[in-house]
Design a protein around this ligand. Structure first.
Ligand SMILES: NC(=O)c1ccc[n+]([C@@H]2O[C@H](COP(=O)([O-])OP(=O)(O)OC[C@H]3O[C@@H](n4cnc5c(N)ncnc54)[C@H](OP(=O)(O)O)[C@@H]3O)[C@@H](O)[C@H]2O)c1
Length: 324
């Protein structure tokens, strides 16, 4: 099958934590491209529901077309028909993640038209065949697939290994606390262990930069780490909250209840929670993911250095909700 469409960049997970920022940054970067340069200027943002607010917001951006389609329905004929030449792929950590993402990688290989693919992976410390966290093992397997010659010879890729997301760790705690500010804030973090939390929008900025390069080849078959700009502890987070709300708050550190509740409401099976629990003890409560152990790659710093601070994330999460 041949295509008559203009070459485009496909964003999988476009309405999500990182994908939405990939689309926004790409839209701006494409606008700035000199007209003489020959590279894709059209973005397809994939969603299962084009009517959701984030999808509507994305559809208003320059160069963006929102397409309502389930990832499982994307096949090589569709990629060829749409003239997809570059891809961002971020799939949620659901139990079907390996099936969903590995199937999509096979489709990209089969299409033979994908010139460049940027894959979001997870925290570098989780990428191990024997890691307790189930999605560490999923990303390990997906990364191994890309490393094999069947893929490496067919698809040019860059893997982005991102540290723990600031929003993912803080939002559930802050949202629950906002409902009852007299209760202690339940924080998953340890009081003293440092962690270089990164904002997912900063991860999206790096992916967008890579996907908009005229010549991304220096980044082919490279794996980069992305951490936030600073280490924070649970105690730092509490002090930021107290500074913003201007009063002392009670807090329970290493409190897993909020996250267990979120996972239960999302209907994750029990064994998924057990795998997360072991992982937290090994990672979040030991300082394993602090900056010294999880340094942002120099290439990432040169492309789009992560800059969002945890204090800014907290300010945003508390905006408009406080009436002290
Ligand atoms: N959270 C962290 O701390 C962290 C840190 C580092 C790396 N990561 C990695 O980030 C990746 C996820 O990226 P993200 O956070 O940007 O994505 P995300 O926000 O979790 O999800 C992206 C999009 O996927 C779609 N989606 C949700 N459930 C789906 C399902 N059942 N089937 C098909 N599509 C579904 C949704 O879009 P629609 O509803 O619009 O279809 C959603 O907006 C994971 O692989 C994770 O390992 C996470």
């Amino acid at each position: 099958m041949s295509s008559s469409s203009a070459p485009c960049i496909l964003v999988i997970g476009a309405t999500g934590n990182t994908g939405s920022s990939v689309v926004k940054y790409l839209s701006d970067l494409i606008t700035l491209l000199p007209s003489t340069i020959d590279q894709p200027r059209h973005i397809i943002a994939l969603t299962r529901n084009a009517k959701k607010p984030t999808a509507i917001e994305l559809s208003k951006l320059d160069h963006v077309e929102v397409q309502e389609l389930d990832l499982s329905s994307v096949d090589s004929s569709w990629l060829i028909a749409k003239n997809v030449v570059r891809v961002y792929v971020a799939t949620p950590n659901q139990t079907s993640q390996f099936v969903d993402e590995s199937q999509f990688l096979l489709v990209c290989k089969e299409a033979k038209t994908i010139q460049y693919l940027v894959k979001l992976s997870t925290n570098p410390h989780f990428i191990a065949v024997d890691h307790p966290i189930y999605y560490g093992r999923i990303h390990w397997a997906l990364e191994r697939m890309l490393e094999e010659k069947e893929f490496k010879e067919q698809v040019n890729w860059t893997i982005l290994r991102a540290n723990v997301f600031a929003t993912g760790i803080l939002s559930p705690s802050i949202e629950m606390w906002k409902k009852d500010k007299n209760k202690p804030m339940a924080l998953l973090l340890d009081e003293h262990s440092p962690l270089a939390l990164v904002h997912p929008a900063d991860v999206g900025a790096v992916a967008a930069k890579l996907l908009s390069l005229t010549d991304p080849s220096p980044h082919f078959h490279k794996t980069y780490t992305i951490s936030g700009p600073e280490d924070v502890t649970g105690k730092d987070i509490v002090s930021y909250v107290e500074e913003i709300v201007q009063k002392k708050i009670d807090v329970e550190y290493k409190n897993e209840k909020v996250f267990k509740t979120v996972m239960e409401s999302d209907k994750y099976p029990d064994n998924v929670w057990k795998s997360m629990e072991k992982g937290h003890k090994k990672n979040l409560w030991t300082g394993q993911s602090r900056l010294a152990n999880t340094k942002t790659s120099d290439e990432v710093v040169r492309l789009a250095a992560p800059h969002s601070t945890v204090k800014q994330t907290i300010q945003h999460a508390l905006q408009g909700y406080l009436s002290f």
